[in-house]
Design a protein around this ligand. Structure first.
Ligand code: ADP
Length: 223
């Protein structure tokens, strides 16, 4: 579904990604692990169209993102890609349902329909009684579940998550991890997750190890 090929990226003299390739299949959960500074977030941002590589290609079902101008790329991102960050990045003055509906409103969905979809998702994620709460009135886990609803509202092909459990306690980490596994099982949702949380690898189909801007090939266990 998504082909990331031969990505190189530098910031000044610092080479952050060196010839990185990944294939992301439909319905997969992939985790990306490795030491801080390995290039994980940069890779996630390039694969998720938030940043452009110096060289290499990112294709979604054969569509090369480099061929889209910035406006088309924003539209493409809005419709096809969801994001969850370590710090939920919800808008403080809006309620859970307004926050979750935001990408659908940006996509031009009628307000009533966008709000209904956001409510349905929030209820599915166990937040049916938190719809009109603002972020400051919710727990860390509830805020992160709201951020997941926002990522899912346009039924994206893929959700990229950067340390989604990084700011949570262990009970909330467990909850978010099982939620991600459930969303894949129930809806076939694809996830690519940068994480330092070893238990997240337990729900992954593939764990990609990065160090020093490269993917470390899995060890050959055939022998
Ligand atoms: P990781 O997610 O594995 O910790 P990152 O992709 O965040 O790694 O960063 C890789 C390296 O690139 C780090 O040394 C970081 O300081 C550097 N870096 C990331 N983004 C920028 C940027 N916008 N400008 C300059 N350097 C950056």
């Amino acid at each position: 579904m998504i082909e990331v090929r031969n990505i190189c990226k530098s910031y000044g003299n610092l080479q952050v990604l060196r010839d990185v390739c990944i294939d992301i299949g439909k319905n997969e959960i992939i985790t990306i692990v490795g030491p801080s500074g390995a290039g994980k977030t940069t890779l996630l941002q390039i694969a998720g169209s938030l940043d452009r590589p110096d060289s290499g290609t990112v294709c979604y079902d054969g569509q090369d993102l480099a061929r889209l101008n910035d406006r088309r790329l924003s539209e493409f991102r809005n419709r096809n890609i969801g994001f969850v960050f370590q710090f939920h990045q919800l808008l403080p003055e809006f309620t859970a349902v307004e926050n979750a509906a935001m990408p659908a409103l940006i996509a031009g969905t009628a307000k009533k329909k966008a709000m209904a979809r956001a409510e349905e998702l929030l209820a599915h994620l166990g937040l049916g009684d938190r719809l009109r709460h603002k972020p400051s009135e919710m727990s860390g886990g509830e805020r992160q579940r709201t951020a997941i609803a926002r990522a899912l509202v346009n039924s994206p092909q893929v959700v990229f998550a950067d340390e989604p459990t990084g700011s949570l306690d262990s009970a909330n980490r467990d909850e978010i991890r099982s939620l991600i596994a459930d969303l894949r099982r129930d809806f076939g949702q694809t996830f690519v997750i940068v994480t330092h949380d070893p238990s997240m690898n337990g729900i992954a189909d593939r764990v990609i190890n990065m160090a020093d801007g490269r993917i470390i090939p899995p060890e050959n266990h055939d022998d």
